[in-house]
Design a protein around this ligand. Structure first.
Ligand code: NAD
Length: 727
């Protein structure tokens, strides 16, 4: 069966239906595009056909381009990509001009896109080439061009058409931020033309086709005297937009995302020339982005591998472990957040704290978040009532009876945690899985308090729980497969992304993030200007500089972790220089953002004002390393830890290492993650950088053996470990 089929009714309206067999969502392949082109030719040539409706046989229109097409194009190099994209432009332009006379613009056949639901990427670019877009009023549908989120930009005319349709300013959120809208919002923004009741979709589409006049088919940009809404670049208003957009994009991306720059160039250069030339320019920039290693690394980590992990790529093959009743012990910041995300996903939750007051306060966190949702019109009062009704806030462990998963989020104290484990196990059935949300304590050690260590696991959430999408699942020495499957099925139900790691100090994410923070603080002690440290981090794509990050997580937590690590490591402890700064900050009472005083100064309302001037008095600025050196120190501090985690078997899958790094602590997303970054620069170059850093700054930068071996053999991480587990 082909992806597109056509039928023509007695009134001469042809309906082309997109329905990819064996897939729940339509995606575009090269062969499908060719078959669509053939059907359009046929309909345009057939005298009895008056017009065409383009729709979908599924509940949604389309999810976008099949990423294999992009991979195939890339394999052929620049000319194959450019030719492939231009071939696509030709088909879409044929739809847009619909057989009309090029001079009189008369005699074309109306083509309407009828979208039953979600329409993303090429699933919107194709409708944008039609003469009208009608969508069913389906509030769950998402309409937009999310390409930028995975490191590319709309390259099938979506960029050029949207800018000409809405103007650069109004198109910016859709192109530059990948903003998605429901049909009503898409109509309000001018992205689509009409929203109708779902059962009226095809009726209305047909009505429009039969009533359309010649003038209805002519796109504004094909009309004489077309002017870009909001002004072209050398119009006074347009000038402001383009200068502003350029500054804004650079400010947001720090110049590290090639797709954002290329998109802006395609928009600017395209706005200066006729439409068909603009399409060619768009194709050239798209080609350049596809050939940039950042785009393939981003697509691989943020799209393909993220999805694979969410679908259970590393789930043990045991029966379904859907969570029906969840216990959460500790209704503090984390427990309250976990209760909320679970109840929101339809799971019954028992939320326990030491006092009824604390348990109730934990539940009210959900009410607050739901109220915010109501304000933003994302949640209805009924939905709020439903979600809250699923949470029982209590002090009574007997309420846990029948729970199949319990997540503990009490104080980070092994004694308190051990007591809770015993109390929970006395209240639940033998099948129940017990998870700790500890951020620093080894799971295998905590499991000693359990009578059922095979059912004991770590489920490590990040703060704030409702916003952070990564969940780190930690397999203790005795953790069994059912516990891992339970944790994965739970993470899937709450629509977050899981990684599964083995038990070791700080697991994976914190293990890599702590050296990043420490390297930043170490530079302060050396006399490097703090602004250079922070800006160097941002200029290499880190969302927060190390000093801002430690302010956010709090200095006292840093002190606590430093003391515990030192106690565990004894003489081997390497971070004395860091502690000197950290402990001094704590002595000054500068505990970070929550205290309105840290490495940064804050105003009374808690707004960050700039680096704290008192820091310079204690740690005067004495050295001026070059930017690259500072960046290499900050990146290598994290990346080498990731490689060591792989070498030691804490990580068993580099996909998890990359996806976890981006989602967990925002590791330079443009790079695709630490392993992708190493593949971009190559193992040999990485070892060279390490050697230089060791000579100048110490042995913590020693290249791990694995990296050295790969450098000698000329291997890459994805070449060597690929989609297989690294075991
Ligand atoms: P919190 O202090 O905000 O909350 C802890 C809650 O546990 C409090 O409400 C407290 O009353 C309750 N509690 C303490 N002892 C109890 C007991 N015996 N029985 C029932 N309730 C009890 O702490 P938090 O930040 O939510 O952290 C909780 C856990 O999550 C810790 O293990 C922490 O390491 C971990 N964690 C924290 C973060 C973070 O960013 N805060 C991130 C990941 C993991």
């Amino acid at each position: 069966m082909t992806d597109f089929t056509m039928t023509t009714d007695a009134d001469g309206v042809a309906t082309i239906t997109w329905d990819v067999a064996a897939k729940s969502m339509n995606v575009m392949s090269t062969a499908a595009f060719a078959s669509l082109s053939g059907l359009v030719d046929q309909a345009l040539a057939e005298a009895s056909v008056k017009g065409i409706i383009l729709t979908s046989g599924k509940k949604d229109f389309a999810g976008g381009m099949d990423l294999n097409v992009i991979a195939e194009m890339r394999a052929g190099g620049a000319s194959a990509i450019f030719d492939g994209v231009m071939a696509m432009h030709k088909v879409l332009r044929k739809i847009e001009l619909a057989g009309m006379d090029p001079k009189t613009k008369k005699g074309g056949k109306p083509i309407v896109a009828a979208l039953p639901g979600t329409a993303l990427g090429i699933g919107l670019e194709l409708p944008l080439s039609c003469h009208r877009i009608i969508a069913a009023d389906n509030p769950k549908a998402k309409i937009g061009l999310p390409e930028i989120m995975v490191g590319i930009f709309p390259g099938a005319g979506g960029t050029t058409r949207l800018v000409r349709k809405l103007g650069a300013m109004m198109a910016a959120p859709f192109l530059l931020e990948g903003k998605l809208s429901d049909p009503k919002a898409a109509k309000a923004a001018g992205l689509i033309d009409e929203v109708v009741a779902p059962d009226q979709l095809l009726i209305r589409a047909k009505e429009w086709v039969l009533a359309a006049k010649d003038a209805d088919l002519v796109k504004p940009w094909d009309d004489k005297g077309y002017k870009m809404p909001g002004g072209a670049p050398y119009h006074p208003a347009g000038f402001m937009t383009f200068v502003g957009a350029s500054a804004m994009v650079l400010g947001k991306t720090m110049g590290v995302y090639p797709a954002a720059k290329a998109l802006l160039s395609a928009v600017y250069e395209g706005a200066l020339v006729p439409f068909d030339v603009a399409l060619r320019i768009e194709a050239r920039w798209f080609t350049s982005v596809l050939l940039n290693p950042s785009s393939s690394a981003m697509i691989r980590s943020l799209f393909i591998n993220k999805e694979a992990l969410e679908k259970g790529a590393n789930r043990p093959a045991v029966a379904d472990q859907t969570v029906k009743k969840l216990g959460v012990i500790g209704a503090g910041m984390m427990g309250a957040g976990i209760a909320y995300v679970a109840a929101n996903a339809g799971i019954e939750v028992v939320l326990i704290d030491a006092t009824q007051e604390s348990a109730d306060r934990g539940k009210s966190h959900s009410a607050d978040l739901l109220d915010k949702g109501i304000q933003r019109r994302k949640v209805t009062p009924e939905k709020k009532a439903e979600v809250l009704a699923r949470i029982t806030a209590t002090t009574d462990y007997a309420a846990l009876a029948g729970a199949d998963l319990v997540v503990e989020a009490v104080f980070e104290d092994p004694k308190v945690k051990a007591e809770v484990t015993a109390r929970v196990e006395a209240a639940v059935g033998a099948e129940c899985i017990y998870a700790s949300n500890t951020s620093t304590l080894p799971i295998s050690m905590l499991a000693k308090a359990s009578a059922r260590p095979d059912r004991f696991i770590g489920i490590h959430f990040f703060s704030p729980v409702d916003k952070m999408n990564l969940v780190e699942i930690i397999r203790g020495k005795q953790t069994g497969d059912v516990a891992v499957a339970k944790a994965l099925d739970f993470v899937r139900a709450i629509r977050k992304t899981p990684i599964v790691v083995n038990d070791a100090r700080f697991f994976y994410a914190n293990r890599c993030i702590i050296p990043y923070i420490n390297e930043g603080i170490r530079m302060v002690a050396e006399g490097v200007e703090p602004a250079l440290i922070e800006n160097a981090a941002k200029l290499v794509g880190m969302p927060l500089g190390p000093l801002q990050l430690v302010d956010e997580t709090s200095i006292d937590l840093g002190v606590k972790i430093a003391k515990a690590t030192k106690a565990a490591m004894g003489d081997a402890y390497p971070d004395g220089a860091v502690d000197a700064v950290l402990f001094w900050m704590a002595d000054q009472g500068r505990m970070g953002k929550k205290a309105n005083a840290g490495f940064y100064a804050y105003d009374a309302a808690g707004k960050r004002e700039g680096l704290w001037e008192g820091l310079a008095a204690q740690y005067p600025h004495t050295v001026d390393p070059d930017l690259t050196t500072v960046q290499q120190r900050l990146l290598m501090a994290q990346v080498l830890e990731a490689v060591r985690a792989l070498e030691e078997g804490v990580l068993t899958d580099i996909r998890e290492g990359d996806v976890g790094a981006i989602l967990g602590w925002g590791f330079a997303p443009w790079s695709g993650g630490p392993f992708s970054w190493l593949d971009i620069i190559g193992a040999a170059r990485a070892v060279e950088i390490c050697e230089r850093l060791v000579a100048a700054f110490g042995t913590r930068f020693t290249a791990p053996n694995l990296l050295r071996e790969m450098a000698v053999k000329g291997e890459s991480f994805y070449g060597r470990f690929g989609a297989q587990k690294a075991a």
